[in-house]
Design a protein around this ligand. Structure first.
Ligand SMILES: Cc1ncc(COP(=O)(O)O)c(C=O)c1O
Ligand SMILES: N[C@H](C=O)CCC(=O)O
Length: 427
């Protein structure tokens, strides 16, 4: 069997740092060569040698209705035919904002940006400008993109590569960043007792997807809401990953707990680069041009990304569509647990709508970074490679979440569970 990926990766390394454009893609945590993809359709992707895989990465979340959905492809093509960017307002920006607000009523006002990183960076600046305070609090294992102030005890590639912080981030920038263990409200209360007066914001992934998939405990999120109400700090939900996934209305609808600001990314662009910051109008209006907090972007609100996002959300919001994908995810996890149990493999699973986590552990619960770090990493690596070989594409790190789309069907389920049965037997 040929392996064009090896040749392509060797060549890529001569031009691109580490052969990739985002660190987690490099397979450093699992070993071997990243598989180069050339095509995607629905729930399936095809590599450069023609091998097919059921895809549970879905571009790390954005493709909620699967690869190359015909309506999305049409919308992008039709929009592109009229020009790809204007640097002037277009009607599509308002249409996407209206659609997001219909699904997430807390997004009273939005600002479109180009990436989740930008959304989180702008959230921090806005919170500081609005409150007149400097400190922000984040959680161990949560990842908010590569924002300097938030690259502290971060998840995702930072965990995958074992990087404790990041060289290049001046100490002065992170001096105002406080960190606490995820799902531990007592630690938050202790920090707030000391620093509450200078706290601008608490940023949290309400469903953490960057230390595998760990949903917040409802009492933890409620505790954060209460602490923010008491101190005047803003509660910022980073729903870049959980938005339109934990439920159609995101984690805020799933828990019924509402932040002051929300960061969105991934699904909002349906596979094209867009993201958004939104929330209470009174706070959002502090952004330029209505307010003094500066924020801008040459390609922000790009028409192609607006068309792709709008079409994706329109399809996803059709009655029953998201619920069906959630039910499919539950069947997947039930099937995996069943096959693992039959093979005597200790496996714990988490589900948050169409996000999921697999943990090789016999712990009764996985609620914080320490629980995730204690899972059997060698077993994950064997599982990952076994599944890849059998035509199932999972993220190449035990610290990334899995994703399902509305295109995952019976054939994909059967293929995945048959593969898992074989792989568990050899673990
Ligand atoms: C929760 C969360 N926030 C922020 C980001 C940053 O988004 P982006 O990669 O689009 O910059 C990511 C993913 O990378 C994420 O998962
Ligand atoms: N965990 C990251 C974001 O969700 C994965 C995407 C990336 O950094 O390439």
């Amino acid at each position: 069997m040929t392996n064009r990926s090896e040749a392509l990766f060797e060549e890529a390394n001569q031009y691109l740092v580490g052969g990739v454009n985002s660190a987690v893609r490099a397979f450093r945590a699992v070993g071997g060569t990243p598989v180069f993809m050339r095509r995607g359709q629905g729930a399936w992707i095809e590599d450069v040698d023609g091998r097919q895989y059921v895809d549970y990465v879905l571009s790390y979340g954005p493709l909620a209705i699967g690869h190359a959905h015909p309506a999305v492809v049409d919308a992008i093509a039709q929009t592109a035919a009229n020009g790809t960017s204007f640097g002037a307002p277009t009607e599509l920006e308002t249409e996407l904002a209206r659609k997001v607000q219909a699904i997430m009523p807390g997004m009273e006002r939005l600002r479109m940006v180009n990436s989740g990183t930008e959304a989180c960076m702008s959230a921090v600046r806005l919170a500081r400008g609005y409150t007149g305070r400097d400190r922000v609090l984040k959680f161990r294992g949560n990842y908010h993109g590569h924002v300097d102030a938030l690259l502290v005890e971060a998840g995702s590639g930072v965990l995958t590569l074992g990087i404790p912080g990041s060289p290049g981030v001046p100490a002065a920038v992170t001096e105002t960043t406080l960190t606490a263990p995820y799902n531990d409200i007592d630690s938050v209360r202790q920090l707030v007792a000391e620093y509450g007066d200078s706290l601008a914001a608490i940023l949290v992934e309400p469903v953490s997807g960057n230390m595998n998939c760990v949903p917040a405990l409802p009492e933890f999120l409620q505790g954060l809401r209460d602490v923010c109400d008491d101190t005047g700090a803003l509660l910022v939900f980073d729903e870049v990953m959980s938005g339109f996934r934990a439920s159609l209305g995101g984690a805020q609808a799933w828990y019924g707990i509402h932040p002051d600001l929300t960061c969105l990314g991934k699904v909002i662009g349906g596979g094209l680069p867009t993201a958004a910051l939104g929330g209470r109008a009174e706070i959002m209006d502090w952004l330029a041009p209505t307010g003094p907090v500066y924020q801008a972007g040459t390609l922000s609100g790009n028409p192609l990304a607006m068309a792709s996002g709008l079409t994706t959300l329109t399809e996803l919001a059709r009655p029953g569509v998201h619920a069906e994908a959630e039910a499919w995810t539950a069947r997947l996890l039930e099937g995996l647990r069943d096959r693992a149990a039959r093979a005597g493999v200790a496996l714990r699973t988490h589900q948050a709508g169409t996000m999921f986590g697999l943990f090789f552990t016999d712990r009764d619960s996985v609620v914080g970074f320490e629980d995730v770090a204690a899972c059997d990493g060698d077993r994950f690596v064997r599982f990952f490679h076994g599944m890849l070989e059998a035509g199932v594409y999972l993220a190449p790190s035990a610290f990334e979440a899995g994703f399902v789309s509305t295109a995952h069907d019976e054939a994909a389920l059967r293929h995945t569970l048959d593969a898992a049965e074989q792989v568990f037997a050899d673990l």
